[in-house]
Design a binder for this molecule. Sequence first.
Ligand code: FAD
Length: 395
Amino acid sequence: MDFEFSPEELDFVADVRRFIAAQKALPDAADVMAPDREADSMLADSPARRAFNRRLAEAGYLGMSWGREYGGQEKSGVYDYLLNEELASVGAPLIGKGVGCIGKTLIAHGSEKLKREFLPRILKAETEFALGYSEPSAGSDLASLQLKAVRDGDDWVLNGQKLWTTSAHFADWYWVAARTDPDAPKHKGISVFLLPMDHPGLTVTEIRTMGDHRTNQVFFDDVRVPGDYLVGNANEGWTYVCEALDYERFTMFTVGPIRVKFDALLELLRITRRDGVALADDPLLRRSVARLAAELESATMLQRRVIAAAMKGAVPTVEAAMYKLYSTELGRRMADFALDALGPEGLLRHDAPDAPAAGKWEHSYRATVVDTIGGGSSEVQKNIIARRGLGLPLR
Ligand SMILES: Cc1cc2nc3c(=O)[nH]c(=O)nc-3n(C[C@H](O)[C@H](O)[C@H](O)COP(=O)(O)OP(=O)(O)OC[C@H]3O[C@@H](n4cnc5c(N)ncnc54)[C@H](O)[C@@H]3O)c2cc1C
């Protein structure tokens, strides 16, 4: 049993750290890298963020696990994971949607036209995507989605609504799942389309989450999509959606921000005094923080199990559910602990002059709740573990 990465993988990590150190010296660094930021608020657009992504591309960090014929390097997916872990630890944008979900699905199922049009742009970080899966009545039960796509000559015409589309307000292209056969069983009548986000039939409106994260609802009013922007075959979209989620496994799970949060928690205990005594000397708080340290180690090991299983070619559904459940709930427990330790003052928001740690923990308390919902709620992860991992009956 070896929990360490190989010498080549460690060399790669050192290389990424040199890249990040060079980025930190640039004038726009503070706009792009903010390790204290909650992970879900990294998704705002800015010229600095786009420039950072282009520099990632120029350094050869995008599409590392793609085939060479598509401009990739045929590296194992573990390199995408190691890269994201380093990026997440400094609060930088992660690689994900374009390279993982959309790029890899197009490589596996897309037409030559779609490959030629999108893959080079993904590799150069020229295109931002939004993912349109969830709807008002289809979140956890995604296969119930109702956005309607009807054939009209060579085109498809889309009507309906999506909900919670993160980055719809700045993305260039929309990757959308729609119902193309309402009479088929619900998993069978779904197709995936690509459409420009500035299509006149789309209306994007803002939703603010309790964690200050901007997400959106998107309304479709006779959105006409040419037939060659259908991804793969009609009515086989559910397979593509599930595969796309599998491709994300290497890139979406980072433990780095939780480690950064834990270090900030230790610092908080060291520098905060109550009645003349440092919080770090309080036996109850010491006991609780020691438990959190053990839990952080557990989260790291659960995460390694996801990566190890995926590297052996398995689809680590149960391992990923365990890690998602445990790590996002751990983030919440850390924020809860910080607020308990700070007492009533901890509830002050960042704009209050006396807010401890500039309101970081109050914000974390709200934002970590959102982490337990996005990408599949904690209850849904528990269902996966119960059913697929423990063989308990479906309820
Ligand atoms: C910040 C954020 C960003 C997001 N970004 C995107 C995005 O870019 N694109 C996109 O398509 N979606 C996105 N989502 C949507 C996300 O995937 C869904 O919110 C999530 O899957 C839950 O679906 P829902 O909100 O419809 O809740 P529901 O499915 O309605 O669930 C409501 C509650 O019921 C519980 N529940 C549901 N089913 C079960 C069950 N079978 N057993 C037990 N409990 C159950 C849930 O755990 C939850 O507590 C985002 C969500 C958030 C919060």
